[in-house]
Design a protein around this ligand. Structure first.
Ligand code: THU
Length: 132
């Protein structure tokens, strides 16, 4: 199983592939599933700005396309433009969709001092939409 430092470094490396010519705000994400597999994503912008896809949802889409379902246990996020690159609300809801049964998701970020820190999905999204 990759460590939080390794996940963070993967997010950092993949952020170089970000397509963000409009915001100039590259983001990379690396998500980890219970089976030990990891998937990468970058933000992908569009001239029609509202079509932009965040790095976190890109990584989770790739995981889904590779057959992953409810096993997400961690996600690391990096932007060279901002420490503590906290995921947006839409990405938090996506993480909730794929989290492992009865487990929280570790959200791995770099703080202002450059240290790798962990929050949880519950910290950022204590209540989650669901129906039935
Ligand atoms: N962005 C992400 O990739 N993840 C987030 O959680 C928030 C924002 C991207 C979208 C856009 O390309 C750029 O950051 C500036 O908003």
């Amino acid at each position: 199983m990759k460590t939080k430092e390794e996940l963070f470094l993967e997010a950092k490396k993949i952020s170089e592939n970000s397509y963000s010519p409009y915001s100039n705000f590259p983001v990379g994400a690396c998500c980890l599933f219970e089976n030990g597999k990891t998937y990468l994503g970058v933000n992908v912008e569009n001239v029609s700005y509202g079509l932009t896809l965040c790095a976190e949802r890109n990584a989770l889409s790739t995981a889904c396309a590779n057959g992953e379902r409810k096993g997400l246990i961690a996600i690391a996020i990096y932007s060279p433009k901002q420490k503590m690159c906290i995921p947006c609300g839409a990405c938090l809801q996506w993480m909730a969709e794929f989290r492992a049964e009865n487990k929280d998701v570790s959200i791995i970020l770099e703080n202002e001092k450059g240290e790798i820190i962990e929050h949880t999905l519950k910290d950022f999204l204590p209540f989650t939409f669901k129906f039935n």
